[in-house]
Design a protein around this ligand. Sequence first.
Ligand SMILES: [Zn+2]
Length: 308
Amino acid sequence: MLKIKEFLVVGVGLVFLVACSTAKKTTVLQNPQTAVIKPSEAIENTVIPKDTVSLNEQITQRANQQNQIDPNAPLSPEEQAKQLFTTGIHKEYDFAQAMHYDWRKPSYVMIHHTSQNSTAQTIRTFQLPHTKVSSHYVIGRDGRVVQMLNDYMRGWHAGRGKWGQITDMNSVSIGIELDNNGFDAFPEPQINALLTLLDTLKTRYTIPQLNFIGHSDFAPGRKDDPNVLFPWDKLAARGFGIWFNESYLMPAPATFNPIDALKLMGYDMKNQSAVIRAFKKKYVRTDLSPVLTDRDKAIIYDLYRKYY
Ligand SMILES: [Zn+2]
C-alpha cells in the first residue's frame, strides 16, 4: 500500500515537473521525438519517461501486482482518482501532457436539503462507500459550513435530470446541502452562511445569477429539495437565482405562452405537471396544484420580462 502510494506520488511529481519546469519544456521543444509517445511504448518502459507521462492501465495493474494489492479491495479516494485519470486517456492515441488546464470549473450552483437529521449524519453519508452520493458543502442549522470536496472536483449530487441543454449537471456544478429534514424552516444563521458562501463562489467562478438553482428545478417530480420554505426571494435579492416583483404583478397578455417561458427558463417540459408543481413550490408556495392560475401566469410573465 505504501509502495503504490509512493509510486503515485512519484507519478504526480513527474506530471508536476513536466508542467512546471521551463527547463524541461525547452528539452521537449528541442527534442520532439521524446515529446509524444505511443501508449504501447509506455507500457514496455517500466520507468515512466520523464518528459512525457502516460498513465496506462497495464502500468497500474503491474504496480498493483508488484505490491500485492488485492484487486477486489475497495479503492481509496487516491486510487479512484488515479483510475479515473487512466480511463480518461484514450489508449489508441499518442499522449503528450499539455501545460494549461483545470480539473473543471463550476458554472452552476445547485441547492439541496439533506432530508436527514443532523450535519454529522450527512457527513457520514457522504463518507460511506455504498451511498454513492456527495456534495461540495454541507451547511448546518447553526451556520457551520463543512466543505467535503474541492470546488474543482465533480460531486455526485444532481443525478438524472435536465436544465436547459444540460443533462450532466454534476460536471458543471457545485452542490450545497442544507441540513434540513425536508419540512422545517431554514434558520437565519444557516441562510446567512449560505449567502456568504454563494457570494464567494459567484465571485471566484463568475457564476451568472440565473445559474443558481434548486435540485427540484433540475429533476422536477423526482426531487423536491430545497423544501417549500426555502427563501429564494432573499437569495435573488442578493443576485443568486431569480424572483418576481411581489408588490406589483402585471397580468400576462393573452398571447403569452407560459409553458414556452418555463422551457426558456430551463425546465424540462417532458413532465409538464411535475414542472408546474416544482415552479409553484418555489415561487407560489401556497397552492401546489399542477394547474397555472392567472396569478401564476403573471409571475412567469414577470420573471420572463425581467430576466430573459
Ligand atoms: Zn437534492
